[in-house]
Ligand binder design. Structure first.
Ligand code: PGA
Length: 246
């Protein structure tokens, strides 16, 4: 399976910046031996969608509603995302879990709604620093997988240790490999053959200089990139580092 390099732009990118970034990524993505995805903020989705038409770069959103429509002020439905050309949606990112009270059950319902619309969910899991220091990282991540993924789940899981997001710190290669192996075992236990084939991304301070090492680890099927996805050169540098390994 080709690695997936997904850029999570978070709440960054007024339209002029979004246009410039998408245009540069489109221009640099030709010939890469990996799948490339950008996830701009809602307001830039349509603009970026139009700029990416006919290119290999795919489009995703950073969240969606669990509802299909109606009186849900401020929400965006999976069908609305699908209509403007998004094929992926990030769900349960730790920033949404922490700042918007998105507990596992909400993440699971959103995942159900995304799948029903044919979107590919990227469901995020990961432990806090305190949980890792007290040796509870697999317990926490195992529980998140069990409770955030619905029955019959098909999609992508992103392992993002919260203490590595935006900090410049990453777990050791052994720690990443061990957690990805654990996640694979959990997915296989829950979903059988489907779980054996699911893509597992690593996220948290991925940059061009550490991408090759992190993405060569067993069971790492790509990266979810935050800060480094806002500079086309860095994001493409990560994509090139991964492509060069194949
Ligand atoms: P980061 O963010 O690459 O800036 O650490 C990753 C993420 O939050 O998805």
């Amino acid at each position: 399976m080709r690695q997936l390099i997904a850029g999570n732009w978070k709440m960054n990118g007024l339209l002029a910046e979004a246009r410039a970034l998408a245009t540069s990524i489109r221009a640099g993505a030709g010939g890469l031996d990996c799948d490339v995805l950008v996830c701009p903020p809602f307001t830039a989705l349509t603009t970026v969608s139009e700029l990416l038409l006919g290119s290999s770069v795919q489009l995703g959103a950073q969240d969606c509603s669990m509802q299909t429509g109606g009186a849900f002020t401020g929400d965006i439905s999976p069908a609305m995302l699908h209509e403007i050309g998004a094929s992926y949606v990030i769900l349960g990112h730790s920033e949404r879990r922490a700042m918007h009270g998105e507990i596992d059950e909400i993440v699971r319902e959103k995942t159900v709604a995304a799948l029903a619309q044919g979107l590919i969910p990227i469901v995020c899991v990961g432990e806090t620093e305190e949980q890792r220091q007290s040796g509870r990282e697999t317990e926490v991540v195992g529980w998140q997988i069990e409770c955030s993924l619905p029955k019959g789940f098909s999609g992508i899981v992103a392992y993002e240790p919260i203490w590595a997001i935006g900090t410049g710190r990453t777990p050791s290669e052994d720690e990443v490999a061990a957690m990805h192996l654990f996640i694979r075992e959990e997915l296989t236990r829950q979903f059988g053959d489907g779980g054996r084939a699911m893509q597992i991304l690593y996220g948290g301070s991925v940059k061009p200089s550490n991408a090759a090492a992190l993405l060569a680890l067993p069971e790492v099927g790509g990266a979810l990139v935050g800060g480094a996805s806002l500079k086309a050169e860095d994001f493409l540098g990560i994509c090139r580092a991964v492509s060069a390994q194949r």
